[in-house]
Design a protein around this ligand. Structure first.
Ligand code: NAD
Ligand code: TYD
Length: 353
């Protein structure tokens, strides 16, 4: 039994679906169902006794204690977080609450539960904390990619709150011996990503012939990883990673935002031509930059390769094509998640730029 937090979000739901399909391990899934969480992502598990969904907040320590004692998991995989940089700029409080206080709550209850275990369960228990490359700050064009020893230098409220949570996880291992591991991953893309993030936002806007907002000059670089490859890496670290270690996970696919947006447009020109526009790229609009916008992220995933034999299975070009096709095939899902609150967000973030 694994306790997953945030398993109704983008990466968490991909992880839960993958785990149940490939490992058959039962999962208790604790998720608050914020705007980013969608129980519908897990609809295919309805009636499957291996998936127990609990709507609740990771800050609720009594609930966490109850779930741990009732289900006696052998691991916690902690995805739950506020995850969008732009939202952290407009409203950082939720990020401190969930990412810092929430992670602290999960750690405290995990520590108490783990301390109560007898061997061999105690020795086998794992706490896996899912984090991001953004904790390392921004790279210059010729600097080497982030490694596990790169000093932390978070620049956005989101990155700072994730860095704080990473530090707590480290301290719980160092001080109390909690068998914790942290993964720091680059930008993910793929099915079920909430359309506030670059790739789904661009796909959906392009299909609707709306403008494609590119911040600043569009030359910021991200290292893109297909979500299924991230989930496989998390499972490997969970089973074979060394407690107390950090693992950097990356796609080895550095792209400027303009390259990403143009690639989506080219795929759409081919598979969803629009009679009213020759090239979807004609919808690209440069808008005012994000404050404090990190210029470049790149991950050195050598430790994952050397220690655990992991490498991404999906190339960016094929993963992006699959992703575009998934959104075209799931416009009903898009319709479902883009509620009034989503439209309000678009107005807050894009209305005055
Ligand atoms: P997401 O925003 O899509 O999903 C987050 C999930 O957490 C949602 O289901 C939400 O309902 C839930 N949640 C939020 N606050 C909660 C709370 N207080 N209690 C319980 N549940 C709560 O995020 P994602 O993109 O799937 O990211 C998952 C994790 O991976 C995050 O920790 C994020 O920092 C990390 N990460 C994301 C990326 C990326 O590119 N998306 C890259 C590296 C790391
Ligand atoms: P995003 O998907 O928000 O991820 P992150 O900021 O965590 O890397 O953004 C990816 C890149 O795309 C980032 O450099 C900001 C840029 N971006 C745009 O240019 N336009 C947009 O509308 C969005 C949402 C992001």
């Amino acid at each position: 039994m694994i306790l997953v937090t945030g398993g109704a979000g983008f990466i968490g739901s991909n992880f839960v679906l993958d785990c149940i399909a490939t490992e058959k391990s039962p999962i208790v899934n604790l998720d608050k169902l914020t705007y980013a969480g969608n129980a519908g992502n897990l609809a295919s598990l309805k009636g499957d006794a291996r998936h127990i969904f609990v709507k609740g907040d990771i800050c609720d320590r009594a609930l966490l204690a109850r779930l741990l004692h009732e289900h006696r998991p052998s691991a916690i995989v902690h995805f739950a977080a506020e995850s969008h940089v732009d939202r952290s700029i407009h409203g950082p409080a939720d990020f401190v609450q969930t990412n810092v206080i929430g992670t602290f709550s999960v750690l405290e209850e995990a520590r108490s539960y783990w301390s109560s275990l007898a061997q061999p369960e105690k020795g086998r228990f794992r706490f896996l904390h899912v984090s991001t490359d953004e904790v390392y700050g921004s790279l210059g064009p010729d600097e080497p990619a982030f490694s596990e020893t790169t000093p932390y230098a978070p620049n956005s409220p989101y990155a700072a709150s994730k860095a704080a949570s990473d530090h707590l996880v480290r301290a719980y291992h160092h001080t109390y011996g909690l068998p914790a591991l942290t993964t720091n991953c680059s930008n993910n893309y793929g099915p079920l990503q909430f359309p506030e993030k670059l790739i789904p936002l661009i796909i959906i806007n392009a299909v609707q012939r709306k403008s494609l907002p590119v911040y600043g000059d569009g030359l910021n670089v991200r290292d893109w990883l297909y979500v299924g490859d991230h989930c496989a890496a998390v499972r490997l670290v969970l089973h074979r990673g060394r407690a107390g270690e950090n693992y950097n996970i990356g796609g080895g696919a550095e792209k400027t935002n303009l390259e990403v947006v143009n690639a989506i447009c080219t795929i759409l020109d081919e598979i969803r031509p629009n009679a009213l526009i020759t090239h979807h790229s004609s919808l690209i609009t440069h808008i005012k930059d994000r404050p404090g916008h990190d210029r470049r992220y790149a991950m050195n995933a050598k430790k994952m390769a050397d220690e655990l034999g992991w490498k991404p299975g999906e190339r960016f070009e094929t993963g992006l094509r699959k992703t575009v096709q998934w959104y075209l095939d799931h416009l009903d899902w898009v319709e479902n998640v883009t509620s009034g609150a989503y439209r309000k967000w678009l107005d807050i973030n894009y209305g005055h730029r």
